[in-house]
Design a protein around this ligand. Sequence first.
Ligand code: PBG
Ligand code: ZN
Length: 323
Amino acid sequence: MHFPNRRLRRYRVSEGIRNLVSEVYISPKKLMYPIFVWDGATEEIKNLPEQFRWNISDKNLYKFLEKLIQHGLESILVFGVATEKDKEGSLGWRDDGVVQRFVKYVKKEFPELVVATDVCLCTWREDGHCGVAKDGKILNDETLDYLAKISLSHASSGADIVSPSDMMDGRVKSIRSALDKAGFENTLIMSYSVKYASYLYGPFRDAARSAPAFGDRKTYQIAPSQLREAILEAQLDSEEGTDILMVKPALFYLDVIKELRQKFQLPISAFNVSGEYSMIKIAISQGVFDEKVIMELFTSIFRAGTDILISYFVPDFLRVKIQ
Ligand code: PBG
Ligand code: ZN
């Protein structure tokens, strides 16, 4: 008589056993929450349900942050939204810019909170491009000084991590040397190393009011077909001195996370972007599936090999409601 091996059944026999053998264990310490701040009135973002453009004087913002921190949140990624724009995008690096004022305040109120800031030109420039644009073209090298200036002003305001999302070649090096020269050797760079030209950023562009006025971002972001090119991008950023490699979006690009995990020793972050959030959030709200799908989503991205997960689902995951 042949007896089958029942080992796999034993692994699944109870919740306690399933937890013990679980290959992925998610801690709030590994999560980063993206947050939009501006000088306009607080308002919910269209197509990004339950996410807000917060006025930085809004008490509810700090109550909300406090609750998230009580539930274990340890880091945020800050996006400034412009109420005013100009040709160069100078509000991006002004000491009294909205990101700079918010970071100063939040580091004073919550000194332990790790604050990362998105560094880019698109929300501040009239033309909505991530780089300096002239005659319909994006000028790579001309953009680098501006990104360094923005990074420096964020670091001076107290940001722990600066996160360039523009995809210009050479920006990590230029930001690193500007930071070091000014004495910010301990400020980390988390570069959006592998940023695909994705339609999943749709809701974000509305949120950050950063849609390009002409053309698209395909001349600087990676085409969805490219895996080897993604590795080259990560390689360059790693050589230039990035501290953390980011992959973005996450869900359609899990293979890319896995590939980078195998090829690089640097920490990896994955950005579960606005469109990924919206499609699942809206489906949950319509009863298409149970909200436990959020755990499955997070698990899949960690299983692919990320160290850090950036997601708009963090409040849902931590069971924190606004108000
Ligand atoms: C802009 C930027 C984008 C996102 C982060 N920074 C959009 C874009 O490149 O058009 C997307 C984030 C999201 O969709 O949640 N530099
Ligand atoms: Zn940009």
